[in-house]
Write a protein that binds this ligand. Structure first.
Ligand code: XMP
Length: 509
C-alpha cells in the first residue's frame, strides 16, 4: 500500500484517487503523523503531497526525516519535493521571483525509472512559487523545462524521487504513467486491490468483528447505505436488521418503490416504518432551515428507537461513512465554517450505546458504486442522484404542509421523469424542484390566477462542493414547464435556476 503524507494541497485527494485507479490501496495522513503509527504495517512507498506554503514561511510544515527509516521509495510532489530538499540541504530552495502556473513542456534527461515511457515534450501542469536551484549532491536532475532547470529529480542510489509539477492532475499528459512507474514498478505494489477483493476482505473482517451479535442499519434509499447493508447482509445474513423510514419528505412513490427493491431484488431484512405523520407534526410551524434539519434528525432517532423497542440486543449500528468524511485534512486556512449542518443519524450511537460499523469508510463515492455493481445492486439504483437526508423538507421553502409537499412531489416527478425520457438524467449530477413560498399572478383561460412558483435546479459537479448549473436544452425546459403548469394544480409559474456554487448552494435551504 501507499502512504500519502498531506502537506495541505488541494490536490491531495486526487493523488489518492489516481493511485486507487491503479488498483492499489492508499491512505492519506497529515504530514506530522508520527511514523511509528505505521511500524506494524509499513507502506510499500510514500508520497509527499504538494502544499500551499513556502518552506520559508513561519508555519511551513516540515517533513519528519524518520520516515526514511522505513527504507521505502519516496516521491515528493511540488511542495513535497521542496520540503525534502530544504530539509536535506537548507537553502536549496529558491524563493521565486516569478511564479509558474499552468502548462509546461517537459524535457526528459533520464527516461528510465520514474520517467519511463514519458516522452520529451509531453505537457506537465505546474503550480508553484518557489523552486529548487541547488540540488543536494546525492541527487540528479532527470527532467527540466524551459522555465525550471529542475522539474524532476532522483537520488543517485536510493529510490527517492521528486517532481516539481503535479502528476495527479489530468492536464499532466503522462501523469498516470509517472504514478504507475512509482507505485507499481518502483514501490512494487501488486495492483490487485479491486472491488471484488475489497468485498472479500471486508466480508471476512465484518464476520470477525461482529461474531454472533446483531447489527442495525438505517437505509436512506441512497447508494451508500444500500451498499453497506448489502455487504453486511452478505457477511452475516439475518443478524442484520435494516430500517427504512418514510418521513413524509420522500419523492413521489419513492418509499414503496425503494422498499420493494430492498425486499425483492436485494433480499434485505428490512422493516419499513411509516412515520410521515410524526415528522410533519414535529415540523409544524417551523420555517428556519437549520431548525428543520435538527428536528428531522431528532425525529429519526425517536423513530429508530421505537422501531426496535422490542429488540434491544443490537450491538452495532452500520453507517455509510465515506473516505472524504474521514480524512483528517490539513488546512492552513483555519477551520472551515459550518455552512449547513448535514444530517446523518448522528447522536444515535451514543444514545443507544451502539458501536459503529462503517465498511466503506475507506472508499470514495465512485468506488462505492463499483462495489455496489459487483454486489449486483441494480444500475438504476447505483446511478441515482444524491438526495439529502431532510429530503423535500428543505425544498418546500419556509413552513411545510402536506399539501405543499404533495404539490412539490408532482412537479419533481415530472422534472425527473422528463430528464430520464430525454436521456439527460445521467448528464447532470443532481436535479431537483423547489417550491417557493411566494405566489404570483397568472392567467389561465380567461381567469386571473394567484398561485405558487416552482424553481427547477440541475447541476453538474464532481463532488457537490462546487457546482455549475446544467445547460439543459430549451425544448426540454419548455416541455417540463408546460407539463408542470398544466398538470400540477396550484402552480402557475416555473423558473430555472442559473446560479453556480459558490456563491449559491445546490439546495435552496
Ligand atoms: P448544498 O446545498 O450545500 O448541497 O450545496 C451539497 C450537497 O449536499 C446535499 N445536502 C444535504 N445532504 N443532509 C444531507 O444528507 C442535508 O441536510 C443536506 N443539505 C444539502 C445536497 O442535496 C447536495 O447534494
Amino acid at each position: 500500500w501507499i502512504l500519502i503524507l498531506d502537506f495541505g494541497s488541494q490536490y491531495t485527494q486526487l493523488i489518492a484517487r489516481r493511485i486507487r485507479e491503479l488498483n492499489v490501496y492508499c491512505e492519506i495522513h497529515p504530514f506530522n503523523t508520527p511514523p511509528e503509527q505505521f511500524s506494524d504495517h509499513p507502506p510499500n512507498g510514500i508520497i509527499l503531497s504538494g502544499g500551499p506554503k513556502s518552506v520559508y514561511d513561519k508555519e511551513a510544515p516540515v517533513l519528519n526525516l524518520d520516515y526514511f527509516n522505513f527504507d521505502k521509495p519516496v516521491l515528493g510532489v511540488c511542495y513535497g519535493l521542496q520540503s525534502l530538499a530544504h530539509t536535506l540541504v537548507p537553502g536549496s530552495v529558491e524563493k521565486a521571483e516569478k511564479r509558474e502556473f499552468g502548462r509546461a513542456k517537459l524535457i526528459v534527461d533520464d527516461d528510465s525509472g520514474l520517467l519511463k515511457n514519458v516522452q520529451n515534450g509531453s505537457v506537465v501542469w505546474m503550480s508553484h512559487g518557489d523552486h529548487i536551484h541547488d540540488l543536494p549532491e546525492q541527487y540528479k536532475v532527470i527532467a527540466h523545462t524551459s522555465n525550471a532547470p529542475v522539474a524532476a529529480v532522483r537520488h543517485r542510489e536510493k529510490h527517492i524521487y521528486g517532481v516539481q509539477f503535479h502528476p495527479e492532475v489530468v492536464h499532466t499528459e503522462k501523469g498516470k504513467e509517472i504514478l504507475h512507474n512509482f507505485v507499481i514498478n518502483i514501490s512494487n505494489c501488486e495492483g490487485d486491490w479491486t472491488a471484488s477483493s475489497f468485498i472479500e476482505t471486508e466480508i471476512q473482517s465484518i464476520r470477525e468483528q461482529v461474531g454472533d451479535r446483531k447489527v442495525l442499519c438505517g437505509l436512506s434509499g441512497g447508494v451508500d447505505s444500500t451498499v453497506v447493508a448489502t455487504l453486511i447482509h452478505k457477511a452475516i445474513g439475518d443478524q442484520l436488521l435494516c430500517i427504512f423510514v418514510d418521513n413524509g419528505l420522500l419523492r413521489k412513490n419513492e418509499f414503496n418503490e425503494v422498499l420493494d427493491t430492498y425486499k425483492e431484488h436485494l433480499h434485505l431484512p428490512v422493516k419499513g416504518v411509516d412515520a410521515s405523520g410524526k415528522f410533519l407534526n414535529n415540523l409544524e410551524g417551523i420555517s428556519d432551515p437549520e431548525e428543520k434539519r435538527v428536528i428531522i434528525g431528532n425525529t429519526f432517532i425517536e423513530v429508530f428507537d421505537e422501531a426496535i423497542a422490542e429488540e434491544n440486543d443490537f450491538k452495532y449500528l452500520a453507517q455509510g461513512t465515506l473516505y472524504p468524511d474521514v480524512i483528517e485534512s490539513v488546512s492552513f486556512k483555519g477551520p472551515s465554517a459550518t455552512i449547513k449542518s448535514h444530517h446523518n443519524v448522528g447522536g444515535l450511537p451514543e444514545k443507544m450505546n451502539l458501536d459503529l460499523i462503517e465498511p466503506v469508510r475507506e472508499l470514495f463515492k465512485d468506488e462505492v458504486r463499483g462495489v455496489g455493481r459487483e454486489l449486483g445492486i441494480p444500475e438504476s439504483f447505483i446511478g441515482r442522484h444524491p438526495f439529502p437526508g431532510p429530503g423535500l423538507g428543505i425544498r418546500v421553502l419556509g413552513e411545510l404542509s402536506k399539501e405543499k409537499l404533495d404539490l412539490l412531489r408532482e412537479a419533481d416527478s415530472i422534472f425527473i421523469q422528463g430528464l430520464r425520457e430525454y436521456g439527460l438524467y445521467d448528464n447532470v449530477w443532481q436535479a431537483l424542484a423547489v417550491l417557493l413560498p411566494v405566489q404570483s399572478v397568472g392567467v389561465m383561460g380567461d381567469e386571473r390566477t394567484y398561485e405558487y412558483t416552482v424553481a427547477l435546479r440541475a447541476v453538474t459537479s464532481v463532488d457537490g462542493m462546487t457546482a455549475d448549473w446544467a445547460r439543459l436544452p430549451y425544448e426540454f425546459l419548455s416541455e417540463v414547464s408546460n407539463r408542470i403548469i398544466n398538470e400540477v394544480r396550484g402552480v402557475n409559474r416555473v423558473v430555472y435556476d442559473v446560479s453556480s456554487k459558490p456563491p449559491a448552494t445546490i439546495e435552496w435551504e
